[in-house]
Design a binder for this molecule. Sequence first.
Ligand code: UDP
Ligand code: MG
Length: 333
Amino acid sequence: MIIYDSNNKKWVETIKKLITILIPAYNEEEVLTPLLQRLKGVTGKLPNYSFEFLFVNDGSTDRTLEMLRKMAKVHSEISYVNLSRNFGKEVAMLAGFDHINGDAVIILDADLQDPPELIPRMIRYWEKGYDDVFAKRNTRAGETWFKKWSSNSYYKILQKVSSIPIQNNTGDFRLLDRKCIEALKQMRESERYTKGMFSWIGFNKKELLFDREPRAAGTTKWNYKKLFNLAVDGLTSSTVAPLRISSFFGIVISIFALLFMLFIFVRTLVFGGSVPGYPSLMTVILFLGGIQLISLGIIGEYLGKVFNETKKRPAYLINEYYSPIALRKNERR
Ligand code: UDP
Ligand code: MG
């Protein structure tokens, strides 16, 4: 960019800030072309910045990679990381973080549910000094009431039991400054809940409201099984509250059981022994059995996490990395 330097009274050329748009893509062949068009439309109106479109191909089984290769030959902004298999969006994002060349990153879903038209506003707030400009959904068009309801109640619970505030109705669509990226790169756990990490790292946050659109094409990669897994990961990776809750239940139930035992003891002494009481005995045993199984399951969740992390495997493996921008950066050095 050419700007006028009023101190030295001359025009000087400054290097433009580079903004990386990070797009995890898993079987997204249908949306890549419209996505690129929309992105070009938006970034074309921001001549003061240069852009890098960094795609992470998360083991797609369709023509996503082929199309990326082709598109990268025509458009020099495109870089891509090709993972060795499908690792899931959370890990795909980590792979992306490791390959960002920009001064800031904007994480965007490939399916155009996150409107790229919000990008200029995000950049404006970034220039004002915010490090994490996140987009909050006003509405969730094209989603069932059950998904909305379950997601709402989940965040309420998560909010209550974990010590860090996690933003409701917020996806991964956000702009992050370089310092946030460096912070996130240090968090190497392989079972990731990135949304909790965004909150955990802190820094200057700013919220932007937007209307989330239905998918442009293709189908969602999330089903209720995957969502349940993410929900459990979210809880167990951001708080140990469930462990405490199960201890709490254990204590409360033991106290009640003790009182009941005293009551039976006294009753037997006063009125003599009696046979009835089989149904109440049965319910108590079943109830306690249930609580014990749940508590064991909760402990197992954490133990499983410990097991997976102690293996110290890399979170992902890369098959191919293509980036003209990284090449140019290395040449300059
Ligand atoms: N995605 C991915 N790996 C996966 C699943 C999804 O990289 O295993 C990407 C997907 O290509 C998209 C984004 O994550 O860019 C969001 O996925 P999707 O639209 O299926 O989720 P939803 O919007 O329904 O939450
Ligand atoms: Mg989507």
